[in-house]
Design a protein around this ligand. Structure first.
Ligand code: PGA
Length: 248
């Protein structure tokens, strides 16, 4: 029998600043609960304010990160490991360094050699160490979670993917143009993400209005991968600002 699941808890907040504080409160409460915690921090613009708020709390001694481990959510293929345009590089600058999470507590996605074989091993190792406690996720305008592009099955494993034109267009701003955006990537699979004990989905801005409504109110299915949060195993909080919720 499937595990009983609880509907996502949707919290609408005034604006991106409120979203950052509310998200940081939730992350802090998970981090300060008993025992070590494994966190997946999404890249992208939406969670930047949350990470800045967490970094400020850490800097003033109000957030202890010594028991936090991090698992990378997604990565481009085809870049050198030390290229500052890797998503790992972004995560290092935006999350790991400000929160003093050292390399030994970070699981970096494979990008070399037999990537799919290494991804299967990555999933196995992650499950063996207890899976994800908290996945902090953003929402793509095409409904993706991580680089689980539509269509993505709820049972999809960590794997290589082809990026869709939507995602390439959305990321062109980081690359100086669409032609320079890598077209292949690796992502934690939906199965791994949906098994997390807690998911925090952050949604900000009017450009996300249509997709957040579709994900939470439309049919659940692989055309909108984020809709599967409604069938996640653990608890799901969706923090959405008014611009995204109301579309104005
Ligand atoms: P964004 O990206 O936070 O930059 O809007 C979200 C995503 O594509 O997952």
């Amino acid at each position: 029998m499937a595990d009983p699941h609880v509907e996502p808890q949707v919290q609408v907040v005034d604006d991106a600043a409120w979203l950052a504080r509310a998200a940081a409160d939730l992350v802090s409460s998970v981090v300060h609960a008993d025992g070590p915690v494994t966190v997946v921090p999404a890249t992208g613009e939406t969670p930047v304010g949350t990470y800045a708020e967490l970094a400020a709390r850490h800097a003033r001694g109000a957030l202890d990160t010594t028991r936090v481990s991090v698992v990378q959510l997604d990565e481009y293929l085809g870049l050198a490991a030390d290229d500052r345009r890797t998503l790992f590089g972004w995560m290092d600058r935006t999350v790991l360094t400000p929160l003093a999470i050292d390399d030994g507590r970070v699981a970096r996605l494979p990008t070399d050699g037999d990537v799919d074989g290494a991804c299967a091993e990555f999933d196995r190792a992650l499950a063996a160490r207890g899976g994800i406690d908290l996945a902090i996720l953003g929402l793509g305008t095409n409904g993706h979670l991580g680089f689980n592009e539509p269509p993505s099955d709820a049972a999809s494993a960590t794997r290589t993917v082809e990026l869709t034109p939507d995602t390439i267009g959305a990321n062109a701003r980081y690359w100086g143009g669409e032609d320079d955006v890598p077209t292949r990537a690796v992502t934690l699979g939906l199965r791994t993400l949906l098994d997390a004990r807690r998911i925090l989905l952050l949604v900000s801005g009017a450009s996300k209005h249509a997709i957040v409504r579709r994900a939470l109110e439309g049919p659940v299915g692989e055309d909108v991968p984020a809709s599967f949060v409604r069938e996640a195993r653990g608890s799901v909080t969706v923090l959405v600002d008014r611009a995204a919720w109301e579309g104005e």
